[in-house]
Design a protein around this ligand. Structure first.
Ligand code: AMP
Length: 288
């Protein structure tokens, strides 16, 4: 695996590859890698000649400084995991590379309100930072395809909207949620869970699954109320549990209201904020 810290070195290398006709798949991450991230690299490798992974803990997307300070950094393990997953290139930029002092890298685009509900209500400014960093990384890497996880469904929807306006040539690939054996969605934050909360955290994905089963004969608002009760456990605090149209992210109350429906949820387990997503219907239309 090649490792580049500087933009110019990375670009020299990638330009040569492009000239040789190679296709490039790209998976941006914040490190503390797990199987979820590695699944993106494997998809990159299966569909492209080269896979590029970036690790950059992006300060502009953290609305809570304590969350940024506590974000796990496990660089040595990350490098060995990427090598094992046959990643071609790791891009490891410093803050000055991504956010040079002499340039405004903010991107203002029309997100059609996609950044307002759910995460937008609880993490003000978060998606501005996400759009800023993904746009900057795409400018630098210029991949053919971008690989992102379904787990961060609202983020992926917002990036799709961005790609309609800038970087239109980049294909977005949604990769399925990779889960622990008990169903908990893998996340870099899971390692911060207290052991007793880690044991109980699988309740989040069980609740999502059961909500999908219930959606066949109960209204969505009823199910959301039930879910709220389910997750009323010591140490747990639900922020939202919403059935939304998978395209517009607007709330829906029944299966008939949209061609694709997802449930998105955010739950605090102690000091750790966890998010998860499940499709209720229409996932097949989102595979590419
Ligand atoms: P992060 O490092 O948390 O910014 O995530 C980097 C990328 O990995 C994003 O596209 C995430 O959606 C994706 N990702 C994170 N966790 C998972 C997971 N459990 N399954 C699949 N993709 C994931």
């Amino acid at each position: 695996m090649y490792l580049f810290k500087r933009i110019t070195d990375l670009q020299d290398f990638l330009d040569r590859q492009r000239k040789a006709g190679k296709t490039i798949g790209f998976a941006p991450t914040m490190g503390a890698l797990h199987e979820g991230h590695l699944s993106l690299i494997r998809s990159c490798n299966s569909e492209n000649d080269l896979s590029v992974c970036s690790i950059f803990v992006n300060p502009t997307q953290f609305n809570d400084p304590a969350d940024l300070a506590a974000y796990p950094i496990t660089l040595e393990t990350d490098i060995s995991l990427l090598c094992k997953a046959d990643c071609s290139v790791l891009f490891l930029p410093g803050r000055d590379e991504i956010y040079p002092a002499d340039r405004d890298t903010k991107l203002s685009i029309n997100l059609d309100g996609l950044d307002q509900p759910m995460e937008g209500r609880f993490r003000p400014g978060h998606f501005e930072g996400v759009v800023q960093v993904v746009n900057r990384l795409l400018d630098i890497v210029r991949p053919d395809s971008l690989y992102m996880g379904q787990k961060d469904f609202q983020q992926l929807t917002i990036i799709r909207k961005m790609l309609e306006q800038v970087h239109r040539e980049v294909r977005l690939v949604m990769c399925p949620v990779v889960r622990e054996a008990d169903g908990l969605a893998m996340s870099s934050r899971n390692r911060r869970l207290a052991p007793e909360l880690r044991k109980e955290a699988a309740l989040i994905s069980r609740t999502l699954q059961e909500a999908v089963s219930r959606s066949k004969n109960q209204s969505f608002p009823q199910i959301a109320l039930w879910a709220r009760q389910q997750l009323k456990r010591p140490g747990f605090r639900m922020e939202y549990f919403e059935f939304v149209d998978a395209l517009s992210l607007m709330p829906v109350e029944s299966l008939e209201e949209a061609s694709a429906v997802v449930i998105c949820t955010a739950v605090w387990a102690g000091e750790v904020r966890l998010i998860d997503t499940i499709f209720v219907k229409g996932r097949e239309s989102f595979t590419k």
